[in-house]
Design a protein. Structure first.
Length: 433
């Protein structure tokens, strides 16, 4: 299939959405004839990659994107918070990006030089794609992910995240091109079950559930790790951005409130962010500083080594869309304790981790403490879960497997489009079997 792949964010050297965009592109070019369209900000990193794109177009929309980004940083205090505000301010610049893509590829699309258009990033369901209305070529969206509501009782965390605009998120439905985007899309890939459930029924009928994140087995594997039940002292690991909704403070309280954990285990906090000074102060206040190690932000290879050296992964994030870090931990044979909400809960099973009920903060601390105590008290169970983690990821969540599933969707749409074109070209009175 000749696919025009739109990934405004596509960067092998940046985390989160840009890395997801790159991983999808990198996997799909093994199963399709891909022409990548991305922002010029990704050019240097893509060309530095050991396997740079062969067919790529770099689009410069910074005329609108750059001032919008600066305004977003100003309004969110430059602290890596206020996700909804940033998404809202980049909405208009993204439409401008697709306008530039149409100017560059509109003639080729009209001439039938591509079988499909697939927009991978942005991942947010709130972003419209005018191209879906401008071209007759089958158009695919996704994987889309996001919009998971804040749980009840999380107002303090929500405001600490500067998520004031999230109260008005649903207003995106009346913005230009949104309705047409979903109506014109030939297929919609959904990266989470919540995103799938939030689609209107008519759109849901052409949607495919496909978890957002995947794993490169060459980077994330359990090769060489010690069975987690045999690690002494037992090591509890948290890894992620140090922001309120991720729950590192909940992990600290759970650890500190357990005499058993304080006397037998150690806790590693991997990552950095605006909450780090407060977490250091909390650690000192709780009297657990000698049991806790803050590593700061680390290169990916070092994070992998921490996964392999840990006994259990504690990640009580309140509002995680994809949960890629949970998948990375599992690939390294590390069982996870997460909240029964959002992406992480969709990745684990009872054989590979523990999903805790979402209650108020005190309830989350208590449930996490109990889960960690139970897991560390049963080394045989922990070792069995470790093996199941690695096996589950290898069977279902490699990028190669995802690429094959998407290629099946591409092929089905291509056959359907060819059949429709043949019907249109057939003379009146032709009987089709």
């Amino acid at each position: 299939m000749r696919v025009l792949l739109i990934a405004e964010a596509c960067n092998p050297e940046w985390p989160s959405v840009p890395l997801v965009g790159f991983n999808f592109f990198n996997a799909l070019r093994d199963v399709a004839d891909i022409t990548l369209v991305t922002h010029v900000r990704n050019q240097a990193a893509l060309l530095r990659h050991p396997a740079p794109p062969e067919k790529v177009a770099f689009v410069d929309s910074d005329r609108l994107a750059a001032p919008a980004y600066r305004l977003a940083e100003l309004l969110t205090l430059g602290r890596g918070l206020g996700w909804t505000t940033k998404q809202a301010l980049m909405w208009g610049p993204y439409l401008y990006f697709e306008h530039l893509v149409w100017r560059r590829f509109g003639r080729a699309l009209k001439a039938g030089e591509y079988d499909l258009v697939h927009r991978v990033t942005p991942l947010s369901p709130t972003y419209a794609s005018p191209l879906a209305s401008w071209t007759e070529v089958p158009f695919i969206l996704g994987p889309l992910n996001g919009g998971l509501p804040w749980p009840r009782g999380a107002t303090r965390t929500r405001l600490a995240e500067l998520e004031f605009l999230s109260y008005f998120r649903e207003a995106y439905r009346v913005l230009p091109y949104v309705r047409q985007t979903y109506q014109r899309a030939a297929a919609v890939l959904c990266g989470s079950r919540y995103t799938l459930s939030a689609l209107p029924p008519a759109i849901r009928r052409k949607a495919v559930y496909l978890p957002e994140n995947g794993i490169d087995p060459e980077r994330f594997s359990a090769a060489g790790r010690r069975p987690p039940g045999r690690i002494h002292p037992p090591r509890i690991l948290f890894a992620g951005r140090l922001v309120p909704y991720k729950g590192a403070d909940v992990v600290l309280d759970a650890f500190a409130s357990s005499p058993r954990l304080r006397s037998t285990a150690e806790l590693f906090i991997v990552g950095d962010g605006p909450q780090r000074p407060a977490l250091h102060a909390q650690t000192a206040r709780l009297g657990i500083a000698r049991h806790v190690c803050f590593t700061g932000r680390l290169p990916q290879a070092d994070v992998v080594e921490h996964f392999r050296a840990a006994s259990v992964f504690a990640f009580p994030s309140l509002r995680e869309f994809g949960g890629g870090v949970v998948l990375e931990a599992m690939a390294c044979g590390l069982p996870a304790v997460v909240l029964d909400r959002g992406g992480p809960a969709e990745l684990i099973t009872p054989d590979t981790g523990v999903a805790l009920p979402v209650g108020d903060r005190a309830a989350r601390v208590s449930a996490l403490r109990s889960a960690l105590e139970d897991l560390l008290a049963g080394p045989e169970r922990l070792d069995a879960m470790s093996r199941a983690c690695a096996a589950r990821v290898a069977a279902e969540f490699t990028w190669a497997r995802k690429a094959r599933r998407i290629a099946d969707v591409h092929q089905a749409l291509g056959v359907r489009a060819s059949a429709a074109s043949w019907h249109r070209r057939s003379p009146p009175g032709t009987v089709h079997g």
